[in-house]
Structures are given as C-alpha cells and as structure tokens.
Write a protein that binds this ligand. Structure first.
Ligand SMILES: Cc1cc2nc3c(=O)[nH]c(=O)nc-3n(C[C@H](O)[C@H](O)[C@H](O)COP(=O)(O)OP(=O)(O)OC[C@H]3O[C@@H](n4cnc5c(N)ncnc54)[C@H](O)[C@@H]3O)c2cc1C
Length: 410
C-alpha cells in the first residue's frame, strides 16, 4: 500500500522547507521529497549567496548560528562611482540555513525523504493525487506542492507554470580569502553587501562582493542572456570566464584565493508568473517564479510563498469537508499577489530598464543617489514612481525608446 499524506512538498529549498515547517507546526501530516541525498545535502542546491535582511530573520525565526556575518551597509558600485546606504543585513551560510529548516520541521513532525527525486504527477480523472519519485515509486496526498525551483517537474506537466528559457538568469559565485576589503579608490566593504552595475564584468546583469568576515567574501555575478547581455557581451565568454576576468582585473582580488569547495551556482527565471495553482496543487518559490527580479533577493520572497501555500492548505483542511479544488487553492494565488510579490510587474519593468542602461548611466545614477535624499533609493526600489522619476534624466529618452521598442517587439 502506498502511503498517503495531507501534503506532499517536492523540494527542500527555502520555499518548500518553510511550507513544510508551517504545516508541521499546525499538526498536518506533511512529507517533503528531496532529490539530493541526506549526507551531502545541500550539494548542487547549495546555490545561494544568501544575503538577507532582519525582516526575513525575524518573520521566520532564523537563529544566529546560520549567519556567517552581520552586515551594516548595502553598497552600490558603478564603474567609477559608488553609493553607500546604511541597511543592516545578514549573510547566511546557505547550507546551514537549509539544514536548520529541515531539522526544525522534523521536530514538529514533518517527514523528510531524501534521495527522492520527483518526476511527475500521479493523476486521477485529470487531477493530481500523488507523485512519482525515485524511479517508479508513488506516494499520495490531498495537496501536492511543487517547490523544486526552476526544475518544476510537476508544475510544468500540469501546465501551471511556463518558465521561458530566454528569461532564465544564471549566476555563479566563489568564496574567496585574502581580499583587500577596504582598498584605495573603492568603498570600504567591511561588513557590507556590495552590488556592482558594470557591463564590462556582468553584461546585462550585476556582480557582487558580500563580506563574510576578516579578509573573506562571497564574490559572484549573474545575468540573463537577453538583448542587454548580447549588446555588451565579449565574444566566446561564458559566465565562469566573466568571473575569472573580474578576479584577474580588480586590484581588490590581487592576493585573493578561492576557498576550496566553496562554489555556488544556479538559475532563476525573471518573468511574470503564468500560473500558481490548480486542483489539489500549488507551485511555490522559484517554480513560480517568485525571486525579486531587480536584485535577486529570493530567499525571503520564496519563504513567504511557502507560508502562503501553508495558510491555503490549512484553510482547506479546516472546513468540515476537505475542499482542495482549484477554486479553494486560488486563495494562494491571491496571497501571492497581495503579500508575497505585490509589485512584481513594476519591478520587472524597472529591472529591464536598469540592465539596459549603459555603464556611463550607472555612474550618473550613483552621483544622483549621493546627491538626493537618502530615502530616494529605498522609495524608488519600492516602486515609487515619484522617486523613480527623480532618478530619470532627459538624456534617458533614447534608452526609454529602446526599452519601449524591445517591449513591443519582445
Ligand atoms: C548564485 C545565486 C545567488 C543568490 N543570492 C541570493 C541572495 O544573496 N539573497 C537571496 O535572498 N536570494 C539569493 N538567490 C536566490 C535564492 O537562492 C533563490 O531564489 C531561492 O533559493 C529559491 O528557493 P526555492 O525553495 O524556490 O528553490 P531552490 O532553492 O532552487 O530549492 C529547490 C529544492 O528542490 C530540490 N529539487 C530540485 N528538483 C527536484 C525534484 N525533481 N524532486 C525533488 N527535489 C528536487 C533541490 O535539490 C532543492 O533542494 C541567489 C540565487 C543564485 C543562483
């Protein structure tokens, strides 16, 4: 006899693990199926720089012992300028953070099966009633949640998500030691998370240095292989070549060395979600996708989506006759739009515009940010049209025209 659970969650990333944590706390029978083996977990899925902020740590009760370094500032760099903003944050050890979420849910009764790669839905009368995993095994539940990140084997087969290849952002990072963290001619990056807009290093994207203490940091870059990337790309270079190019050419890395085994890479789609749920089913985290497109903050938003799915399942189970129809699951869609990523459409537009701008424009942006009210960046970042307009110039008209053309044609 195959087993039956209230909820099966596929994937133990921030979204799935948080969803299971909330469900277990509410005493629901929850099973998480994770593709990787337990003794190595997380290996390939140890993909994130894991820079986050106190709002995430507080909302989800994340303990200090998964933090590598508490940071004080966020720094933005352009090729020749920089801007420093005081904003406390935390750089997590992503592997410890993932393991904490697993252990915490287990303490509340969640079941975790590792080495259990989910391949497809098991359906009855067109509705999902379970999953196939680990080859040919089956397990059943009232509600199934796809939290496998961009893999999305269930959401794709059920036609819930349509993750488009041309919207896939890729990222790679190394952990380094021996970095000059307070180098002449650059901002002091001690206890900072720094994001750099510079097409020479990350064409159509951005690069980063997140300080992890003393002379160590996480150093990486990401981009989408879109028009902006093609305009600025160097012939024949892949993402690892760009990272090596930065390490070879930035004096801050002159004496730096890679810390063995500390390499992280992954991808996420930067696009408007096409769907979220159907009968007995929800897609969460980067399966949707849920990552914030502008700066790649995915941990907090994906965990919020996990919580929204748990709330939805809990409500469906509380009714006398369990109703997990598409209509009831759509509570999750509403929560996603209202609470998880309320400004997604505006932020996608801002993202396209930002990464299309040329390097010189990034220098002007830093000058403006230094000149304007310190709150301008946070308000513009939150989607305030008034603050965004303060950052626009008449010279931006050709950029806006190019942006409009690409949107109309693309
Ligand atoms: C290089 C890089 C740097 C980043 N830096 C930051 C940052 O600094 N701050 C931040 O907030 N966000 C950052 N992000 C984004 C953030 O890591 C993601 O948005 C977040 O991890 C997504 O969570 P998720 O749970 O949806 O999916 P994932 O983290 O992708 O987790 C999916 C899980 O499902 C498992 N899985 C996959 N397929 C299957 C299957 N078929 N069956 C069972 N299990 C499966 C995987 O092993 C994994 O454990 C970064 C991302 C990358 C790639």
């Amino acid at each position: 006899m195959s087993e039956h659970f209230d909820v099966i969650v596929a994937g133990a990333g921030p979204a799935g693990a948080q969803c299971a944590r909330d469900l277990a706390q509410r005493d629901h029978d929850v099973l998480v199926l994770e593709a990787e083996s337990e003794d190595e977990f997380p290996r390939q899925s140890n993909k994130s720089t894991a820079g986050t902020f106190p709002s995430m740590m507080g909302s989800f009760g994340i303990p200090d012992d998964v933090v590598m370094n508490y940071t004080d500032d966020v720094v933005l760099e352009s090729p020749n300028r920089h801007f420093v903003r005081r904003q406390p944050g935390a750089v997590l050890e992503f592997a410890d953070f993932k393991n904490f979420l697993v252990e915490d849910a287990r303490e509340d009764g969640a079941e975790y099966w590792f080495d259990a790669r989910v391949s497809k839905p098991v359906t009855d009368d067109g509705e999902i009633v379970g999953v196939k995993y680990g080859g040919n095994q089956e397990v059943y539940a009232d509600v199934v949640v796809d939290a496998t990140g961009p893999a999305a084997p269930l959401a794709k087969k059920l036609g819930v998500t349509d993750l488009e290849r041309e919207n896939q952002a890729i990222g790679v990072e190394y952990e380094l030691e021996g970095i000059d963290i307070d180098a002449d001619g650059y901002a002091d990056l001690t206890d900072s998370m720094m994001l750099r807009l510079d097409h020479e290093l990350a064409p159509g994207g951005y690069s980063w240095i997140f300080h992890t203490g003393e002379d160590t940091a996480k150093v990486g870059l990401c981009y989408i292989q879109n028009e902006a990337h093609r305009d600025y790309a160097k012939d024949g270079m892949g993402i690892d070549d760009y990272l090596q190019y930065w390490l070879d050419n930035d004096p801050r890395f002159e004496s730096a060395e890679r810390i063995e085994g500390k390499q992280h890479r992954g991808s996420a789609h930067i696009q408007m979600p096409s769907g979220f749920s159907t009968d007995n089913f929800m897609a969460i985290g980067d399966t949707v996708p849920t990552i914030d497109p502008l700066w790649g903050e995915g941990i907090h938003t994906c965990m919020k989506s996990g919580r929204a799915a748990a709330i939805t399942a809990d409500r469906c189970f509380m009714a006398n006759d369990r109703d997990t129809s598409a209509e009831k699951m759509a509570i999750y869609d509403d929560l996603w739009h209202d609470q998880v990523a309320p400004n997604m459409r505006v932020r996608l537009l801002m993202t396209q515009l930002l990464y299309l701008a040329p390097n010189e424009r990034y220098d002007t942006l830093m000058e403006d940010l230094n000149r304007l009210n310190p709150e301008t960046l946070s308000d513009a970042n939150a989607g305030s049209t008034r603050e965004i307009l303060k950052l626009m110039h008449t010279d931006d008209i050709p950029l806006l025209v190019q942006f409009a053309k690409e949107r109309l044609l693309g």
